[in-house]
Design a protein around this ligand. Structure first.
Ligand code: LM2
Ligand code: CA
Length: 432
């Protein structure tokens, strides 16, 4: 959506990535392009089977102390609660008396009223209980869905009341059949709730609204890659982690990869070896609905925005002859083992459990029913006979494309020699 723009020459970093989390209006006019360009992208993607999910910031508008013109040309004045591009006026913001903190900001994560009714880092808090606000957010969702968007990540859902979110979702249109979606299909929602067993707001409070981000998974995968013996406990219901059919899991996201929300114990593209293992294991194991990250390189500057042109608009992603990215883009999604493991995940989606588990601290292996078999190693090389659970036959190993023979009893000789990508995967119906 249209967002705050922080130009050069202020006391803040110029055009930081996080300016996008300060909405000015719901026009599709951002640093990434204009309305027509957005429509063109969504529809070209749908035409080739790639669905688009919008990162929707609807808990708040821009921060206090900010005024001027947004990325789409709309004027605004946060201190006056005035956003004519929507339009929102003072009545659309959470009444000050409903926030129990002295300065109006969220400051007590033990109190759900404080978390939901106060301003998150000074961001002007929308009053989600208001039918006008609900309708305006739903109109925004519907405008995206009508273009062909398939669903939404709801930013800062932790700071919104689940009943308000439900009302907004219920008012939203079905997916667009002209864009290839079946009739009467609801958008896919996943809600950003950072719950690390550290406050009054839990992922369970959002059951019934879609999927919920499970940030404990980020910690668990980091610990598990460090110490393979911890990998079988990656889903820990005793720690409050969301049910498998509710959890939305990822190795890192745009916040915790750079030390913002939910950071700590996070692996990123900056540790490529561990990252490949972490993403491979995530895509191989059955817990949760998975998302993979695709980044630009921010170096050590945790504020810096994406690669940009001289007018500061987002620069093109340049794809090299070997299918990788350049021009400042990392494109983890194009790293060979990550791309291949997405194929694996899709192929084994029907198997809900990990079976035939093997873990000796250096080698981790398991099958997914009889649909696929996965192995990875921490160091060295591997040559070992393991039970794959797969029907007898010859399979093409995904990472190396080598032929693998599964014997009549389901065993196979598992070989890993590439220490850079120490990952092995075979699946039914997969080609490497
Ligand atoms: C999120 N999830 O709940 C996003 O994933 C996260 O990236 C967003 O914060 C946050 N919620 C609000 O949408 C980012 C960033 C913050 C940044 C805000 C707003 O992590 O640092 O805050 O976006 O742009 C910035 C300044 C902060 C200032 C605030 C308001 O860093 O110092 O607070 O703007 O002007 C006075
Ligand atoms: Ca709120």
């Amino acid at each position: 959506m249209e967002h705050l723009v922080i130009p050069e020459g202020t006391s803040e970093p110029a055009y930081p990535w996080w300016q996008r989390y300060q909405p000015i209006s719901y026009k599709f006019e951002s640093r990434s392009g204009n309305h027509d360009e957005f429509v063109d992208m969504v529809q070209r993607c749908n035409a080739v089977g790639v669905r688009i999910f919008v990162d929707a910031v609807v808990n708040h508008m821009a921060g206090l102390g900010r005024s001027g013109t947004g990325s789409g040309g709309s004027s605004f004045d946060s201190d006056q609660h005035d956003f004519p591009g929507v339009p929102y006026t003072d009545v659309d913001f959470t009444p000050r008396e409903m926030c129990n903190s002295g300065d109006g900001n969220v400051n007590n994560y033990g109190d759900p009223e404080n978390v939901r009714n106060c301003n998150l880092v000074g961001l002007t808090d929308l009053y989600g209980a208001s039918s006008e606000v609900r309708q305006k957010v739903a109109d925004y969702f519907s405008s995206a869905v009508d273009i062909g968007v398939a669903g939404f990540r709801v930013d800062a859902a932790k700071h919104m009341w689940p009943d308000d979110l439900k009302a907004m979702m219920d008012l939203t249109n079905n997916l667009n059949t002209d864009q290839g979606f079946p009739a009467n299909t609801r958008p896919f929602f996943y809600h950003e709730v950072i719950d690390r067993n550290d406050g009054a707001v839990t992922v369970q409070q959002y059951y019934g609204l879609g999927r919920i981000t499970e940030f404990r998974y980020c910690q668990k995968i980091t610990w598990g890659i460090d110490d393979f013996s911890q990998l079988w406990g990656i889903y820990d219901p005793g720690w409050g982690m969301a049910d498998p059919d509710k959890a939305f899991v990822f190795v890192d996201n745009h916040d915790n990869q750079r030390g913002h929300g939910g950071a700590g114990d996070t692996i990123t593209y900056k540790q490529p070896h561990n990252y490949r293992l972490g993403v491979a294991f995530t895509l191989a194991q059955p817990y949760g609905f998975t998302r993979i990250m695709s980044s630009y390189d921010f170096g050590t500057d945790t504020d810096v925005g994406p690669p940009h042109k001289s007018d500061w608009s987002t620069d093109d992603v340049v794809v090299t002859a070997d299918g990788q990215c350049s021009n400042g883009w990392v494109c983890e999604h194009r790293w060979p083992s990550i791309t291949k493991m997405v194929r694996f995940r899709n192929a084994v989606a029907g198997a809900l459990t990990a079976d035939n588990k093997y873990n000796d601290g250096n080698v981790v292996a398991f099958s997914r029913g009889n649909l696929g078999f996965f192995a990875m190693i921490k160091q060295g090389t591997l040559s070992m006979n393991l039970q794959t659970g797969m029907p007898a036959g010859t399979y093409s190993e995904l990472v190396t494309c080598a032929d693998v023979t599964v014997n009549g009893d389901g065993t196979a000789q598992i070989t890993i020699t590439n220490e850079e990508e120490p990952i092995f995967a075979i699946c039914q119906g997969c080609s490497c």
